[in-house]
Design a protein around this ligand. Sequence first.
Ligand code: PHE
Length: 339
Amino acid sequence: MKDIRQIINEALEKIKNADVAALESVKTEYLGKNGVLTQILKSLSSRSIEDKKRIGSEANNAKSVIEVEIESKKENLKKALLDEKMREEKLDCSKSFYFPFSKGSFHPIIQTMRDISVVFKSLGFAVAEGPEIETEWYNFEALNIPESHPARDAQDTFYLEGAKALLRTHTSPGQIHVMEKHKPPIRVIVPGKVYRNEASDATHFSTFHQVEGLAVDENVTFADLKAVVSDFIRKFFRSDIGMRFRPSHFQFTEPSAEVDMQCVFCKGKGCRLCKFSGWIEILGCGMVHPNVLKSVRYDCEKYTGYAFGLGVERITMFKYGIDDIRLFYENDLRFLRQF
Ligand code: PHE
């Protein structure tokens, strides 16, 4: 009895300090085929029945105590191992680290279109979009540009082979789409990409962007156009800039005007950017031609409207003092990173 209690204590002490491998050898040492307790049980055959009962039950009890202890130690070791692994592999998601790439940003043209939209939204305009592939009807006819008009010259327009379609040369067909879908009152801008078949230089590129504006309602006048355009320029350039409306001609507006603003760089004194005139042309506009209203079956006795179109590249060039439109499309990161 005393021996068995001692055996248990000894075993428990070994188990307490064992690692996984040592645990196996403790198991063999005490519970294995030739283990200490197995030996004791085997030796009982020569003992009295009483001894067999007493010592046998004590030895069996010791076996199970040791077995339970070994199993629970095994579980503890397993758990400790997992804990350690979890500690080692833990990810601190709140930790910041050095990221070798700079954050992206909007292309200056996209940024300008967004800035323009913000100003016009504040003036009560909605934003619409039209398709870049158009028919002659939308790009020309509905806008009062007859077949014979020089703007239809194949030199300026990219026609799509086979189809009776073309790449829009301006965002003005957007006016027609909006008016076909909605009845007056209308106050909308149509930003988008346009295409012209012409050689590129510092101020021309075959692909560029425009923002079209259109307002149609009863009693819309040229004064409304002037107010909206002046407000836009002041808000966009964030300064009280001088401007002038110069008579011009567009087939789809009558009367028509081009708007110049005082050169943002030399404040009207004359510099390279304004070609020493002190003025820079910023947009084309006018009162919607009755023929345009007729082409969408609006009652041109009841309704009047104004329209304007501004070149996004141009306005961006003036805002940031960029002297070559091609810079926008070379994707030179040294240029783009400045915005
Ligand atoms: N569509 C004209 C152009 O591309 C601009 C414009 C729009 C003029 C609306 C008047 C009214 O030059």
